[in-house]
Design a protein around this ligand. Structure first.
Ligand SMILES: NC(=O)c1ccc[n+]([C@@H]2O[C@H](COP(=O)([O-])OP(=O)(O)OC[C@H]3O[C@@H](n4cnc5c(N)ncnc54)[C@H](O)[C@@H]3O)[C@@H](O)[C@H]2O)c1
Length: 353
């Protein structure tokens, strides 16, 4: 069988802990060929530990030798590296969020379409069994039209104390763009990719800017912290549906919460635990899933979906225009918070006004 040669840009935590172990499980289809990082020693170390034969100092050189690229750098560099890889004729799996701005996402889509190559974004929550099951249940019409979505991606005190996550210039924002983006993407996908028309939101960082730091994920510098640690958003869609979003790295709540709940015209769904909620036969019925034991492997399924798409056996589950929509909503929530106004998206012009 033909094998894809993969090159990795960014030898950080997500390459080490998620992507490399996942691609290594697919050795019949993919070869981890090379790696590049602006910190060369980091790339060398990761290559040595994972049997990756080639370390590059310049990613353009690597793109000449590989078929596909994983982009796993800080968000600020997603667009420029993805576009360079596509222009060199490589397929790209780019870490989430797709990019910081809508304009960057649009340029990435244009580059993919010009190159005729696969571009997908690593929204791996879609590969979770609950998400996959929910998609089937919705496609079967069990809940009718999902018209209200509720998303809570809440951490009580888990500001990332490593990496560059608290740096607005490099990441574009905090908890919303880093963590909230996953559940926002999942909700949009399950709701059938509706078109957002009006968005309002508010972001906060009282806790992380405070003097007394109580954090479960290491230490960070509150004096340079310039991103959100808590955000709320309200999104209206062209089809009449709406979505309520709350996300935090730090909030004074009882505990962490990962919630995605959809109300439809004929039923509702909660993802964790997975429950189908209906009114039938004059009763209120809730069916909770009992999962068949087995390995849950969203990371491997994500890697395999990408490799199979590069080989032409499959289509990427996460389409770039869907990931663009996530970034567009996040950008609008930040703009709404800054301006204190709702943001209206013009469907024809596709511009934020
Ligand atoms: N899918 C998820 O759940 C998830 C989880 C964590 C991080 N991420 C995403 O993965 C990306 C990387 O995060 P991370 O946790 O691995 O960060 P990290 O800080 O651990 O690693 C980033 C690496 O990129 C390198 N780098 C920076 N600029 C570069 C450039 N211009 N060219 C080449 N290399 C460069 C850094 O030296 C570093 O080694 C981010 O976009 C983040 O949002 C996704």
């Amino acid at each position: 069988m033909e094998k894809i040669k993969l090159g990795i840009v960014g030898a950080g935590g997500i390459s080490r802990d998620r992507h490399i172990p996942a691609f290594q499980k697919l050795q019949d289809k993919v070869v981890l060929y090379g790696i590049q990082d602006i910190e060369e020693l980091r790339a060398k170390d990761l290559a040595l530990k994972n049997n990756i034969a080639h370390v590059f100092t310049n990613y353009h050189d690597m793109f000449q030798e590989v078929d596909a690229v994983l982009v796993a750098t800080p968000n600020k560099f997603h667009a420029e590296i993805t576009i360079a890889a596509l222009e060199a004729g490589c397929h790209v799996l780019c870490e989430k969020p797709m990019a910081i701005t809508t304009a960057e996402c649009e340029a990435m889509i244009e580059a993919a379409s010009k190159a005729g190559k696969v571009l997908s974004i690593a929204y791996h929550y879609r590969f979770m069994r609950e998400a996959q099951a929910a998609k089937v249940v919705i496609q079967q019409g069990e809940i009718g039209l999902p018209y209200v979505g509720r998303v809570q991606a809440l951490r009580r005190r888990k500001v990332p104390g490593w990496g560059l996550f608290t740096n607005k210039e490099l990441q574009g924002g905090g908890g919303l763009i880093d963590y909230g983006c996953h559940l926002l993407d999942l909700a949009l996908w399950l709701m059938g990719d509706p078109e957002p028309i009006e968005i309002s939101g508010t972001t906060y960082n009282y806790i992380s800017k405070g003097h007394e730091q109580v954090n479960q994920w290491g230490k960070f510098d509150s004096t340079t912290f310039d991103v959100d640690d808590h955000a709320t958003g309200y999104i209206k869609f062209a089809n009449g549906a709406s979505l309520l979003l709350e996300t935090s790295w730090a909030a004074n709540i009882r505990g962490d919460a990962n919630t995605l709940s959809l109300s439809g015209t004929d039923g509702g769904l909660d993802l964790w635990p997975f429950t189908l909620n209906k009114a039938k036969y004059g009763m209120l019925l809730n069916s909770e899933a009992e999962w068949i034991p087995g390995d849950e492997t969203p990371d491997v399924q994500q890697a395999e979906n990408f490799v199979d798409s590069c080989l032409g056996y499959s289509e990427p589950l996460v389409k770039p225009y869907e990931a663009l929509k996530v970034s567009k909503i996040i950008e609008a929530i930040y703009k709404s918070s800054e301006s204190g106004k709702s943001i209206h998206l013009d469907l024809k012009e596709r511009e934020i006004t």
